[in-house]
Design a protein around this ligand. Sequence first.
Ligand SMILES: Nc1ncnc2c1ncn2[C@@H]1O[C@H](COP(=O)(O)OP(=O)(O)OP(=O)(O)O)[C@@H](O)[C@H]1O
Ligand SMILES: [Mg+2]
Length: 408
Amino acid sequence: MPSLIQLVEQTPLFLITLDQQGKFTGLNPAAEKCFARRTAELLGQPFTTVLDPFSHAKAALMLERTLMEGSVTDWELDHVQPGAPPILIGYTTTVLQNAAGEFGGIGAIGRGLSRQLELTARLADTNQQLEGALLQLEKTYTQLKTTQTQLIQSEKMRSLGQLVAGVAHEINNPAGFVANNLADLARRMPLVQTLFEAYAPLAAKADPAESARLRAAEAAVAISYLWQDLPDLVHESQAGIERIRQIVLSLRNFARLDEARLKESDLNVGLRSTVQIIRSQCHDRITLIEELNTLPKLWCNPGELNQVFMNLLINAMQSIEQQGSIWITSCVDTGKIVVTIRDSGSGMDTQTLARLGEPFFTTKPVGTGTGLGLAICFGIVAKHHGQLTFKSQLGQGTSARVEFPCLG
Ligand SMILES: Nc1ncnc2c1ncn2[C@@H]1O[C@H](COP(=O)(O)OP(=O)(O)OP(=O)(O)O)[C@@H](O)[C@H]1O
Ligand SMILES: [Mg+2]
């Protein structure tokens, strides 16, 4: 039959008894082994003899509390060990009573915490490694998101550019022959008129019936007005075809497929073409006000910058619900080329302002916005060593400012 004595003798827990002054009155073999001292040596010695000096005050407090409150739990004390680092022991104490029910000393059960500490340290280490891995994962995720945005951007740019260039090409051919034919018509019309006027005396010589028929035919086509109006009609048609030519030029300027690489360019050219393209969508609802000042050339990818202006202009347009205006300005300000696109639209609250440029952030209904426009803009502007900033207030409109350092 196992006895409690065997438990005391064989347990790996440290069992010690102390008197009221905190001097050893007994200890079990596990405690002897841990303190590396024999019972005979320790009996009558203060408990602090086996403690690290840093734990002396804490041990005094442990005894004081035990005497006052009857017990303490998990009181941690450092113990010196010959030739080894201090060992941490967690004590649970209790006041002992003798058979007569009087104070009989203090009993303490100790448990080595070094293994636990080691485990905690290992856990902290693993935790740190995990946090590192998580950070790395977050970084990779952000990079992936940026790459995805760039991919979508280049794909968007490519297909938009191809579409625009295709449309421009298709319009260019018929517009070209209409312009040529009109020029031809304008050149030949006076000849026809001269010929017609040469026939006039012959008509006068015709017999009265024939002459009356000719005068009636002339009256039916209002010949005198016709000769008056025809040059105007041709002239107006030529002006119309010239406008179409300008639009085609703008579309080609905008697409700039031939200029995938960097070149010196005037931002106003791109701005004008882009404004021209969106003008048709403004109708009478939105007034576009351009104030473009002479700019020095910028070393840039013009097609990409047109994409920035386009995205900003579309956002400005979409922010105007009913009637409104968009002001487009360019100038040089303290050594920088500055383009601003300001609208009288809905404006933004501070939360929206803070999230601008975050890929896939949109407040527009599903199917209207992908939330990539500004992410693309920020990317392109940063690539050109420029800055894109916004000022906005809810209900007060928005001002987008793009600036680039001047050449030189
Ligand atoms: N001029 C502006 N006025 C008011 N809100 C704006 C303006 N520009 C941007 N925003 C806000 O910023 C959000 C993000 O704009 P962004 O251009 O990146 O995406 P989007 O316009 O929603 O979608 P996408 O441009 O991909 O079609 C918009 O949904 C809108 O809430
Ligand atoms: Mg947008």
